[in-house]
Design a protein around this ligand. Structure first.
Ligand SMILES: Nc1ncnc2c1ncn2[C@@H]1O[C@H](COP(=O)(O)OP(=O)(O)OP(=O)(O)O)[C@@H](O)[C@H]1O
Ligand SMILES: [Mg+2]
Length: 235
């Protein structure tokens, strides 16, 4: 049994069917990625998995439990967290306040303190800027903060929506380095990325989403060598 099992998932916005019946599995301890063009349904899929959207059809099992209809804050408490696209941080709050908000599902100040230390170890830049207003951070720093905030919930499964979007190459590498460390600490990852090259280097298995369906799937090595993937996503 995989930590996350998705069967026949459909997401619709009024008459528009954005996700048309997809199956996904994310076994515990693995890093899996979801790649696909703009509008393929990647964000819609992650929103359904994290409880932000109710699927039109299909089943989602997390740790053996049917989680359709469970609100996001309860899923976070059960270890299923998401770092959203566009970062979703609170611009007027400080770095520290944003991180503390990420720990809302946690109890015990010692535990929260140790989570904070872990995040600051992973992202020393955030430690230096802990009193800075989040809205004044650079794009890359805001991305680190978004990841750091998701980690404050001590996730068992972390859903990541384009964590490197809009970042300069050096920042992209820094984010992937951090993700590698996070995965190394035993956190299971489902990563949505347009940067297929980097995603397929980090992940061990991937899904290619096209127009709301899984067009291709396989081990990262297989996908990286697939002519269709090379042409469309690895340029
Ligand atoms: N709130 C919404 N209302 C109506 N249509 C929506 C809504 N959100 C997304 N869609 C549509 O659903 C489809 C899938 O969108 P989604 O955001 O899931 O794509 P994506 O793969 O994440 O794309 P991108 O790479 O650009 O982030 C798109 O055609 C989009 O226009
Ligand atoms: Mg998206």
């Amino acid at each position: 049994m995989s930590l996350l099992e998705v069967r026949g998932l459909q997401v619709a916005y009024g008459g528009i069917r954005a996700v048309r019946g997809i199956d996904l599995d994310v076994p515990e301890g693995e890093v899996r990625c979801l790649i696909g063009a703009n509008g393929a349904g990647k964000t819609s899929t992650l929103k359904a998995l994290s409880g932000l959207l109710t699927p039109a059809a299909g089943g989602i099992r997390y740790d053996g439990q049917d989680i359709v209809g469970i609100p996001p804050h309860r899923l976070v408490r059960q270890g299923l967290a998401m770092a959203p696209e566009g970062r979703g941080i609170f611009g007027r709050l400080t770095v520290l306040e944003n991180l503390q908000m990420g720990a809302y599902s946690q109890t015990g100040s010692a535990r929260i303190q140790s989570s904070l230390e872990r995040v600051f170890e992973l992202f020393p830049r955030l430690a230096e800027r802990r009193r800075q207003t989040a809205g004044t951070l650079s794009g890359g720093e805001q991305q680190m903060l978004s990841l750091g905030r998701a980690l404050m919930a001590r996730p068992r499964l972390l859903l990541l929506d384009e964590p490197t979007m809009g970042l300069a190459p050096r920042m992209v590498s820094a984010v992937f380095d951090a993700l590698r460390l996070i995965a190394g600490q035993g956190v299971t990852l489902l990563l949505v990325e347009q940067n297929a090259r980097m995603a397929l280097r980090l992940a061990n298995y991937g899904y290619v989403l096209e127009s709301g369906t899984v067009a291709l799937q396989g081990t990262a090595e297989t996908l990286a060598e697939d002519p269709r993937v090379r042409e469309a996503y690895l340029g």
